[in-house]
Design a protein around this ligand. Structure first.
Ligand code: SF4
Ligand code: SF4
Length: 725
């Protein structure tokens, strides 16, 4: 069962605390330098994007051009259709000799090491991290750039000491020195060197490689045979493009302007001569074989996921991915993280492998898009793959039932039933509750006993506001798209919003027929159910007259603003599309509305205190709102103490926190630790989903700090200041 394997991987990732420490230490060390260097070179990302887009769009022409150019320079080129063909070709070249191998992701893809070892060859990893991982014997890298980051110093020392039969302390310089001495001897004896390629220039046939250790230089120049393994996506049009690629790999991978070594290989050695064979290790290779791998690349292009081929393997996306942060190298397959998961779909063409890689694990926080030099739309590609999977295999009875009920607008009666049973299932604790029973044991995902949940409201938001008198002369009319969380879990947030707007002479409407925005269905790949929800909402929203459509939930806002457009793109209903476009133009987050449209001057809160702001993923990366809430907090007279990464995900992710509560909780714990470090009294946010998850995290961690939605603080200030009640 693939889900069983995925759960085993998750458990292994979550339980490996030493690896968690190593991973976080590495990322904390790498990230500041990367951020600084990326900021210093804003020209790199657009240049690289243009190179990669051009290269993949013209691959049909560039591939034969590159092969011809390389052959002209004396390379022997083999175009491998698939992994097996590539591995067999290399196996025939190598026999049972001694091979030195440098970092090559394509080599890992075709499992070249195990193939060569099967036939008696000795394969020696020369990258120090890869060598340590090889000595450990698990056959895995923990991070693209730092393969052994999961190992503590003392473990590295033990592994090397055992290998070299020496007594070694865990002093890093001594360890590096010992590893280097051993490696030199191997380089002198090796017959074959295997490397990857950062780029191959189609116009000249030059192969580009960058590194910091200097071992790639030795791998490619000391043995008499050099084998390059590269996916066909490494081909770029021009020589200068190769230089941009290696610079970008260093900038985004390690935070360096350029790698310590850049090797440009343009053919067999011009200096080698049989009479000088006694100097073989130093004459350069007498034969260079280039294996260009096609496996799955065309399928990725055909599926519209060509951008997955732009990847540099810089690993920058891993450094900000909350799921990688929680479970490390268990997220992904041959390649790590979200991008690695997407590539699995085309690399293996096996649905169960895709599931095991972590198709359901991406939270959709979009952080990887920001950090990738190519702004690779990983979460969108993940959604596309989930849609394909849902279409062909279904989503399971639980999701199918929930989405069809949401599509039938049955949330209101369902909530009423839920309220009847919550007295039995939930233990009330102020306005929140935790479970009396572990519902997970009854097969209900994401409901362990310790989870803090909001109690379902006895009245939906429209019911609560039903008897409020309307303004006689409002300066504006806005509609609130409450969303399920505000409507049924936190309706007081809607009341708070109403009070703030009334105090500013704005009439707020609620939409009685509002349905779920559809995001949970979209995240699960059920676009048909999501489309039905969008259509119902468009009908309901089009029946009212208002100037703006405001949101207290940025996830609903981005769904209405962006996802509905995709859902309706091919609907063929012109009237519906026009109605939608009119709605789309009015979408605005409430903080954006208060700051830029109303330009409010809220009263000071009577009791000032220190707060910290959590940027909800869909607010900062979906709607690009980050300064407005901070401005409002300062206008309230509060002291804002920023946490370490205010924009890192809280781990909620809607239904993600139901189906992967263990990962969600781990991500949340990191956020709670950041909040604790600020010593702020309140963690303030602008999303009811984040609010619920932060409350749960603070409760689990026995924190005295409290989570609150920004709208509640603003409403409290207006109430204290005598605003409209
Ligand atoms: S969207 Fe977020 S969770 Fe998904 S791969 Fe990117 S960073 Fe990771
Ligand atoms: S997806 Fe982007 S950030 Fe991640 S490894 Fe590839 S190029 Fe680097």
């Amino acid at each position: 069962m693939s889900n069983g394997i995925l759960q085993q991987k998750i458990n292994a990732g979550l339980q490996d605390h030493p690896a968690w420490i190593g991973r976080h230490t590495t990322i904390d060390h790498l990230r500041p330098g990367i951020v600084r260097t990326v900021q210093a070179h804003p020209e790199l990302s657009p240049a690289l994007q243009q190179i990669k887009e051009t290269a993949i769009a013209n691959l049909d022409q560039l591939l034969p051009q590159a092969i011809a150019a390389m052959e002209q320079r004396g390379f022997q080129v083999y175009l491998a259709e698939d992994n097996q063909a590539a591995a067999e070709y290399i196996a025939n070249l190598v026999g049972d000799g001694l091979v030195v191998k440098s970092k090559t992701n394509t080599g890992k893809e075709i499992a070249v090491t195990s193939r060569l070892q099967q036939q008696g060859a000795t394969v020696y990893e020369t990258d120090l991290g890869d060598r340590l991982a090889q000595l450990e014997g698990k056959g895995k890298s923990a991070h693209t750039l730092a393969p052994a980051c999961h190992l503590a110093r003392v473990e590295c020392a033990q592994l090397l000491a055992q290998d070299l039969q020496e007594t070694l302390s865990d002093d890093p310089e001594l360890l590096v020195g010992a590893a280097r001495r051993a490696l030199r001897a191997v380089f002198l004896q090796a017959e074959v060197g295997i490397s990857g390629a950062n780029a191959i220039a189609a116009d000249t046939g030059a192969v580009f490689l960058t590194e910091n250790e200097g071992n790639i230089r030795c791998v490619t120049s000391m043995p008499s045979i050099h084998i390059v393994i590269a996916g066909i996506e490494k081909i770029v049009p021009h020589f200068a493009d190769g230089l941009t690629v290696v610079r970008s790999a260093s900038t985004y991978g390690c935070g360096q302007d350029i790698g310590t070594y850049v090797s440009i290989i343009d053919g067999v050695s011009h200096f080698s001569h049989p009479a000088m064979d006694f100097l073989q290790s130093g004459q350069g290779p007498q034969a260079v074989h280039v294996i260009l791998l096609k496996q799955g690349r065309q399928q990725a292009i055909d599926a519209g996921c060509q951008s997955v081929l732009y990847c540099l393997n810089c690993g920058s996306c891993l450094n900000t991915c909350p799921v990688y942060s929680a479970i490390g190298d268990q997220f992904g397959y041959k390649y790590l993280g979200g991008r690695g998961t997407v590539f699995t779909a085309f690399h293996t063409n096996q649905s169960e492998k895709l599931e095991e890689a972590g198709l359901s694990l991406c939270i959709g926080c979009q952080r990887c898009i920001d950090t990738c030099p190519l702004h690779m739309p990983v979460p969108q590609m993940i959604l596309q793959l989930r849609e394909e999977k849902a279409r062909t295999e279904g989503n399971g009875w639980m999701k199918d039932t929930v989405f069809s009920l949401l599509g039938a607008n049955a949330l209101k009666p369902l909530t009423k039933i839920g309220r009847q049973v919550q007295g039995i299932a939930l233990k009330q604790q102020q306005q929140d509750a935790h479970l009396r029973f572990n519902l997970e044991k009854l097969g209900i995902a994401g409901m362990p006993q310790e989870r803090l949940l909001p109690t379902l409201s006895s009245q939906s938001l429209p019911e609560r506001l039903r008897n409020k008198a309307p303004l006689k002369h409002p300066r504006q009319r806005v509609a609130l798209f409450a969303g399920c969380m505000v409507n049924y879990a936190y309706p007081q947030l809607g009341v708070d919003c109403y009070d703030i707007l009334m105090a500013n002479q704005v009439q707020m409407l609620t939409i009685a027929q509002e349905a779920c925005c559809g995001l949970p269905a979209i995240m699960s790949g059920d676009t048909a159910a999501a489309r039905t929800m969008a259509q119902k909402n468009i009908q309901a929203l089009s029946a009212e007259d208002y100037d703006y459509l405001i949101f207290l939930c940025p996830s609903c806002a981005t769904t209405v603003k962006e996802q509905w457009e995709t859902l309706l793109a091919d609907c063929g209903d012109q009237q519906l599309l026009e109605q939608y476009q009119a709605i789309q133009r009015k979408v605005i987050d409430f903080s954006d509305y208060l700051v830029h449209v109303l330009q409010i001057q809220p009263p000071l809160l009577k009791d000032s205190c220190t707060v910290t702001w959590h940027d909800p993923c869909h607010l900062i990366r979906g709607l690009h709102i980050s300064q407005e809430p901070r401005q409002l907090l300062q206008q309230l007279g509060l002291t804002l103490q920023e946490m370490k990464s205010p924009d890192s995900c809280c781990g909620f992710g809607g239904s993600f926190s139901l189906f992967h509560y263990d990962v969600s909780r781990s991500v949340n714990d990191e956020k709670i630790a950041q909040i604790a470090d600020t010593n702020a009294q309140y963690a303030v946010t602008g999303c009811p989903g984040c609010l619920m998850h932060l409350k749960d995290g603070l409760h689990r961690n026995h924190s005295q700090q409290q989570a609150v939605h920004l709208v509640s603080l603003l409403a409290a200030a207006y109430r204290q200041g005598g605003g409209d009640q």
